[in-house]
Each structure stands twice: as C-alpha cells, then as structure tokens.
Design a protein. Structure first.
Length: 197
C-alpha cells in the first residue's frame, strides 16, 4: 500500500510540475517529446528526487526537478524548473496521511522568497469535490494508468493522464504523459525512468 501511496504522491508532484511549467498546447500534428528521468531513492527505496531531461538537438537538457521529504505522517514535494542553469522553485505541496491514506494537502507558490499558500484541500468530505481520478492497476498491484478529470456542470474534461510501463520489477521503467485536447487524450511525452541509490 505504501508503494501505491508513494507512486500516487509522485504522480501528483509531476502533474503539478507539468501544469506549472505551462507546457505547450497539444497539437495533433506534433510528436510527443522524448524525455528521461533520473530517480534517486533513499535507503528505504522511497523516491527522494526526480530530475527530468528532454532531448533537444541531440543533447539531454535538464528541464525539471522534483524533491520529496518524508516526515511522520506527511510528505513534502517541491518542484523546480531549470532557468539559465539555475533551479528555480515552482511549487510546493504538503500531503498529510493517516495510516497511509491521504487526508489533506496544501499547495504553495513562491512569493517574495517565501512560500505562499494557494490552496488547501481536506479529503474528509469529498461530496463537494468536482475532480475525479481514474486509476488502473495490473495483476501485481502496480499502477499502470492514472487520469484526472474535472466536472464542469456536467461536462467532464480531462486534466492529466499518465501511463506506466514496468520491466518486471516494482518500479516503472517508462512513464507516458497525455494532455486533453478538448475531446480526447493525446500523447505529449515519453520518459524512460532510471533509478539510483
């Protein structure tokens, strides 16, 4: 169950980074970007850092980074983007857990060198929530697809979608990202995932 929660939290961090970095609008005639992600884990196998590189003019260029810090019942995710060779803070999300169940999360943006709270959500009562998540697992319990949708007065729109490919282990070796074109999902990026300890 912890692997699912960690994977889900990691997916949320990456989704936040993708939204904040303001990816280009999806065009049916464009090919998905090619990327690779270097994933660092701690001694317990938990993801502590992801650095994503995109292929530009036959060179791998650092474009984004996500870090995770674990404390008792919380996980703090900080997203960065590369700008002129420096890592610039983009967003922070603090997720609170109760027995491995996500119960609340707060999102922050940098402002004047400090973190400014932009949203706070409690999952104790989901009756007023207009966002939905669809998750698909393989026979071994590995997350192979996660998609987020929003209901706008009965009109369902896709927000983000990721698919994961496994090479027989517990960790995915490839992540495929999609964006909603207005009527369907279109592939935007494929990432090979490499783990280091």
């Amino acid at each position: 169950m912890k692997n699912i929660v960690i994977t889900l939290a990691l997916a949320v961090a990456i989704i936040t980074a993708a939204i904040v970095l303001d990816h280009k609008a999806v065009d049916a005639s464009t090919e998905p970007a090619i990327a690779k992600t270097l994933i660092k884990c701690d001694e317990q196998g938990r993801v502590i850092e992801e650095t994503t590189f995109t292929l530009q003019a036959n060179s791998w260029i650092e474009c984004s980074r996500a870090t995770k810090e674990y404390a008792d019942e919380s996980v703090t995710l900080v997203n960065y983007k590369s700008a002129n060779g420096e890592w610039v803070r983009v967003s922070k999300r603090v997720c609170l857990y109760d027995d491995e169940n996500l119960i609340a999360e707060s999102t922050y943006k940098p402002k004047d060198g400090e973190w400014s709270l932009t949203s706070s959500v409690s999952y104790a009562d989901l009756s007023a929530n207009d966002m939905y998540e669809d998750m698909l697992f393989d026979k071994d319990g590995n997350l192979i697809m996660s998609a987020h949708y929003q209901d706008n007065n009965g009109v369902i729109s896709g927000l983000t979608k990721e698919e994961f490919v496994y090479d027989g282990g517990l960790n995915p070796c490839k992540r495929i990202e999609y964006a909603w074109s207005g009527s369907e999902w279109q592939k935007t990026e494929e990432q090979s995932l490499q783990y280091v300890r």
